[in-house]
Design a binder for this molecule. Sequence first.
Ligand SMILES: *[C@@H]1O[C@H](CO)[C@@H](O)[C@H](O)[C@H]1NC(C)=O
Ligand SMILES: *[C@@H]1O[C@H](CO)[C@@H](O)[C@H](O)[C@H]1NC(C)=O
Length: 384
Amino acid sequence: MGRWSEWKPDGKKGRKFILSKMANLVTSLCCVVLAAVVVAYAQRRSQLVARNQYERMGSDVTMQCGSLDNDASVSWKVNGTDVKAQHHLAGPRLILTQVDLGHNGLYSCFQNPNGERRDTIILHIGIPPREPTVTCRSNTYPKGFYCSWHQTHQTYIPTTFEVDVQHNQRSLEVQKDAVHKNRCHVRFPEVFSSFPYYVNVTAVNALGKAFTIVSFEESSIVKPDPPERVTATPIRDNPRRLEVTWYSPSTWPDIDSFPLKYFLRYRPLIREQWQHVELSDSTSHTITDAYAGKEYIIQVAAKDTEIGTWSDWSVAVHATPWIVNPVPSTPTTEVDFSGVPETRTSPIPSSKAPQKAEPPVGRAARLLTFFTFAVGNAAIVCVM
Ligand SMILES: *[C@@H]1O[C@H](CO)[C@@H](O)[C@H](O)[C@H]1NC(C)=O
Ligand SMILES: *[C@@H]1O[C@H](CO)[C@@H](O)[C@H](O)[C@H]1NC(C)=O
């Protein structure tokens, strides 16, 4: 309509004025018609647009047909066919007993005797949420931590989560993770704080809510990501050695101020038992007690030197020590490594050792006191 008044076929003002008037008239007319349509639509909307009704599994459910009076007579359909599930009718109400997921569906009611549709209900059967399982961890110490949570039971209906983090009587800003649905990030408001953190995760759906609170101190949730780019390479002329190198996890923000220590485990494929070495502040280690000619599997874990727990194991790498040239199996080669004292790397009894894919947390961490002692020597020996 604006276009009309700008239209200049011959540049005459009078004509332009008339066109502009006409445009106003048309606009007004349009508004009236539109308003009428909106009112009519609003009136019909409650009858035509389906509404949601959420009910607990196992309960008896009453669905009310619109706002019809008690003496109204209606008939019901579900998904366009007659209701076959056990039910009874009470005027404008349909009552289903002991509902389960099979009762889900689109229910429509029609007023008798004309059969005009008066309401449409989407029935969703579900269960209220239970207390979610919550874990928090800092892999970016001292920047911040994240918490993740999950439902222990399926609710069958949409469930959302609210997260509240308190520290020193103050609510902290919580940021949703861009990728993981049930995860959020929090920055440490201060480092070396002795005040505990309280994290309240509340699961909410149409049938109820339930919350879990976890509390922890900064130092207890520190767990780095595993070391990265682990490599193991044979050493020429050394049939019992493997050189292992790795990088600190790239997510760890300040390796200089918050150094990591490392835990190496290795075993030949043919044996179940791992051997372990703990190393402080070094990103390489030479295994000196490998079985000649055997393929090894090697993994590394990381931990803050002072606080927290061990990371998960790094991706496993495989390597086989340098294989002696079959022809000149000279004693010289043997002298090369017989000079090295037998390694004192103690194999952990398998019952106490961290299991295959598990991080060396808890049990292994406790074993470390024993280890640092026994293995410390070995590590020094190995460096020579
Ligand atoms: C109605 O249709 C939905 C979706 O197809 C189905 O899951 C549900 O079981 C049906 N409900 C009934 C009562 O037949
Ligand atoms: C946890 O958060 C929920 C939702 O905000 C709230 O209803 C509940 O009271 C909180 N629990 C505690 C112990 O603060």
